[in-house]
Design a protein around this ligand. Structure first.
Ligand code: ADP
Ligand code: MG
Length: 253
């Protein structure tokens, strides 16, 4: 069974803009599925729909076979800890008034009643925070700092540590390296690949950057103006069977 099954999902905004138009795909446990497309094609809207931050107009979203698009907030709760998201801009994702350790503890404290951790262990707050920082290769002394006292790359590692802290099944990575310099981008992509294997995570890796998507993903899908125009195994990226729009993306990469 797929971890995530998206069927004919459409999402429009009040302005009338159809941001996601009849999109269907499935994501298997343990895989990294890449989503590529130019700015404004609807990638982040789709991501927000998967997390039920936005409600969809029509279609269905199933996690482990259960349709979540209509669940009440109370019935949605057991699914909330199965998916986490990492955004493009870590500065906006971290509360500037909280120390790093406080931000790191936040998801665990929210979900602890329904969590069974298998990789991390929670015997004390300090030890838990140390494990999380260690997992993303940050020194433990950062725990007592505030976000503005970290580099952009370090801040993004903190948001990744926070996302993995509750051992979700799926992490939606929405342009996770777009705000970083080239060296930090490379290092964060390597870290994400290692974490996926170590923690048996699945990723939906979203980027406008085909090079990053093809480096990370076993399968790739391509969005254009709200529609999914192509889906294929990563090794078939340059095949003649690709959609003309995918060929355009390949030709400039
Ligand atoms: P991407 O992440 O691929 O850059 P988005 O999902 O952010 O694309 O945006 C898709 C389209 O929906 C764009 O035309 C954008 O202007 C529009 N859009 C995004 N968010 C909103 C919103 N909250 N209200 C109205 N339109 C929006
Ligand atoms: Mg976006």
């Amino acid at each position: 069974m797929s971890l995530l099954t998206v069927k004919e999902v459409t999402k429009s905004y009040k302005s009338g803009k159809i941001a996601v138009n009849n999109v269907s795909f499935h994501l298997d446990k343990g895989e990294c599925f890449g989503l590529v497309g130019e700015s404004g094609c609807g990638k982040s809207t789709l991501a927000r729909c998967l997390l039920r931050v936005e409600n969809i107009d029509s279609g269905s979203i199933c996690i482990n076979g259960e349709a979540i698009e209509k669940l009440s907030e109370r019935r949605l709760y057991p699914y909330r800890n199965k998916i986490q998201i990492v955004f493009q801009n870590p500065s906006a994702a971290l509360n500037p008034r909280l120390k790093i350790k406080e931000s790191l503890l936040d998801p665990y404290e929210q979900f602890c009643s329904s969590l069974k951790l298998s990789y991390f262990s929670y015997s004390s707050k300090e030890q838990f925070v140390r494990q999380l920082l260690d997992a993303v290769e940050l020194p433990s002394e950062l725990a007592n700092r505030y976000p503005h006292e970290l580099s952009g790359g370090q801040r993004q590692r903190v948001t990744i540590a926070r996302a993995i802290s509750i051992e979700p099944e799926l992490i939606v990575l929405d342009e996770p390296t777009a705000s970083l310099d080239v060296l930090s981008q490379k290092a964060v992509l390597i870290l994400l690949t290692e974490l996926r294997k170590t923690l048996n995570l699945s990723y939906l890796f979203i980027s406008h950057d085909l090079a990053a998507v093809s480096q990370m993903s076993q399968r790739i899908m391509v969005m254009k103006s709200g529609e999914l125009v192509d889906q294929f195994d990563g090794e078939h990226l340059s095949s003649q069977d690709r959609h003309p729009y995918t060929k355009d993306l390949v030709s400039i990469f």
